[in-house]
Design a protein around this ligand. Structure first.
Ligand SMILES: Nc1ncnc2c1ncn2[C@@H]1O[C@H](COP(=O)(O)OP(=O)(O)OP(=O)(O)O)[C@@H](O)[C@H]1O
Length: 263
């Protein structure tokens, strides 16, 4: 079992921002988490990373029960790609150094590396299609390039779990599609960690995401196999709007029926 969240409630200022969440992620699955703004996605990720403790309930990640494990050690087995990680990277650090620092899960490269580490970093940069950027400073990179480098960096630690928190935010359609294609490629590698992909956008849910969790107002609205969750009926209920669904390139694309019909 990669993640087991049992009956988790988080209460802040007398409000339940997560309520009775039950969720299991098994080895071999990749999950997307879909929710509107304020639905509790970030709170759930903070619970998994051990940055936030539930008010009620039990959390187990990679077989370790929270409360009985040393979370900083556990975090070394979890990669996280998020806007807050992006902001922590030094503007003048080189791409190769950033990727290498992933081996130590450090911001900045402070430890000695050997040739095998450099070869490994180059292999990941090649997988993420950013090898040509290795000597560039972080500040000179586009948003899409930054995301690719941060994924290569996360893979250097050989994590068992890789959390991608809205990685396509701020990307234009071409950069977004390039990044999604790369994520699909990563998902097919033998050593691919369990992926957790958080998004507002259904069309970003790639075929590799075998399962989807719908979060609404802090509660699990529905969860299960993506092809059973991403249906017109479930998504219309989820968004409280009539939704029409089209499947293209094995992905689900949405339109609001009211808007389609007004045309
Ligand atoms: N410390 C806190 N005190 C009070 N309310 C909070 C706190 N942290 C989060 N919330 C509220 O809990 C709700 C869920 O927040 P969360 O950030 O988890 O949502 P989200 O799904 O990640 O949203 P977004 O997609 O906009 O990032 C929001 O209404 C937020 O205002």
């Amino acid at each position: 079992m990669r993640i087991q969240i049992s009956n988790v409630t988080v209460t802040k200022n007398k409000k339940d921002i997560l309520k009775n969440v039950e969720w299991k992620v098994e080895k071999g699955q990749h999950w997307s988490i879909l929710g509107l703004n304020g639905s509790g996605k970030t709170t759930l990720l903070n619970i998994i990373n051990g940055y936030l403790h539930p008010t009620v309930g039990q959390v187990e990640v990679l077989g370790e029960l929270f409360g009985k494990t040393y979370i900083p050690d556990l975090r070394k087995q979890m990669g996280l790609i998020s806007s807050s990680i992006q902001q922590q990277i030094q503007e003048i650090e080189s791409v190769l150094s950033i990727v290498l620092s992933g081996k130590f899960a450090s911001i900045g490269l402070w430890e000695a590396v050997d040739q095998a580490d450099v070869e490994q970093a180059k292999a990941y940069m090649s997988l993420l299609k950013c090898e040509h950027l290795q000597d560039r400073e972080y500040r000179t990179l586009s948003q899409g390039e930054r995301q690719r480098i941060l994924i290569a960096r996360a893979l250097m630690a050989s994590p068992k779990l890789l959390i991608l928190d809205e990685p396509c935010n701020g990307l234009d359609i071409i950069a977004r599609e390039e990044l999604l294609k790369i994520i699909e490629t990563v998902s097919k590698t033998n050593e691919c960690p369990t992926l957790i992909y958080v998004t507002h956008h259904v069309e970003e849910i790639l075929p590799c995401f075998t399962h989807t969790l719908l979060l609404k107002n802090g509660e699990v609205f529905k969860q299960g196999r993506s092809n059973e969750i991403l249906t017109e009926k479930t998504l219309s209920d989820f968004y409280d709007r009539p939704i029409s669904v089209q499947i293209e390139q094995n992905r689900t694309w949405l339109a609001l029926k009211e808007i389609v019909e007004q045309k």
